[in-house]
Design a protein around this ligand. Structure first.
Ligand code: NDP
Length: 286
């Protein structure tokens, strides 16, 4: 039997509808959530991401402001802008689009963002809170994946969850969230021996490795929930995931397509974090 498709666009659309109502209510109470988006350089993919994030803000009624700096911007100039945004009352969330040009250290920039405005949840303070299970923000992609899994109605507690990939942005926080959901979690990476044996154990298999069509049907447990985070171009330049859709679809129970799976959720979760940041700022006011 073919896998049931998990429709990221539909789940994201439902959440955005709820958030639009939430933002309208906040505005009526005198708070307009605001997001500052910083882009350094002219990377075409980053320009598209920034445009999509600003468009989502507009759609939901969130105030957004973009700051475009030239590719030869110094680290000090960028840090100065972040310090300014940290103090701005109308900007509740700060997003610095990664990657940054080589002369700027990403870690220094992430560390400079006020943790309560860190809507990407990359700051060490927020990462620590996530590990402790006591967080305000979740990183956007793992949070989106969790929503997609919830949308299947399948309970995670007690299930074997295999996460392939251990990046700070996706794999590691993803594994932590699944642990908080009471899954038994295995994290695989490029040094993992016998990857197919590992992935076949997953009732829930989450793949974020950045290698097109790498996970094939023989690596998947029949009936598993398979979440494909990957975004790659295939040999014909077509967008594809890390999962080989053709061979996995007949084996999995649920599967996210690429495009239309995890992708639409990431920006939606950024919107949620911006709303949360605005609420926290209001609470922090005397
Ligand atoms: P990274 O390159 O930072 O990390 C990749 C991870 O995959 C590493 O931990 C690496 O292991 C592991 N890996 C690489 N090759 C293998 C292999 N053959 N077997 C097992 N593990 C392997 O990538 P990201 O986490 O940033 O992104 C992963 C994918 O997700 C990319 O395609 C990216 O475009 C996509 N993405 C999609 C988003 C969305 O919104 N849909 C958002 C973010 C990312 P090791 O640590 O040992 O090197």
């Amino acid at each position: 039997m073919a896998a049931i498709m998990i429709d990221g666009k539909a789940v994201s659309g439902r959440l955005r509808q709820e958030m639009t109502a939430e933002v309208a209510a906040m505005k009526a109470a005198g708070i307009t959530p605001g997001l500052g988006v910083v882009l350094v350089g002219e990377d075409p993919a980053s320009q598209v991401y920034v445009r999509n994030k600003m468009r989502a803000c507009e759609e939901l009624g969130i105030h957004s402001q973009d700051y475009r700096l030239p590719g030869d911007t110094t680290a000090e100039a960028l840090l100065e802008l972040i310090r300014e945004l940290n103090c701005r009352e109308d900007i509740h969330g700060i997003l610095v689009q990664l990657p940054l040009p080589a002369q700027i250290r990403e870690e220094a920039v992430i560390a400079a963002i006020a943790p309560e405005k860190d809507v990407d949840a990359f700051h060490a303070k927020n990462v620590g809170k996530i590990v402790q299970g006591n967080y305000d923000f979740l990183p956007c992609t793992p949070a989106g994946v969790l929503e997609l899994i919830r949308s299947t109605g399948i309970s995670v507690a007690g299930k074997e969850c295999v996460v392939v990939g251990r990046s700070n942005i996706v794999g590691k926080p993803m594994a932590m969230l699944m642990l908080h959901e009471n899954a038994t979690v295995t994290i695989c990476h490029s040094r993992t021996q016998s990857l197919p044996e590992m992935t076949r154990r997953g009732d829930i298999l989450i793949v974020a490795i950045g290698k097109g069509k790498y996970i094939t049907g023989d690596m998947v447990k029949p009936g598993a929930v398979v979440i494909d985070v990957g975004m790659n171009r295939d040999e014909n330049g077509k967008l594809c995931g890390d999962v080989d859709f053709a061979s996995v679809e007949p084996v999995a129970g649920y599967l996210t397509p690429v495009p239309g799976g995890v992708g639409p959720m990431t920006i939606t979760m950024l919107m949620r974090n911006t709303i949360t940041a605005a609420r926290l700022a209001r609470k922090a006011c005397p």
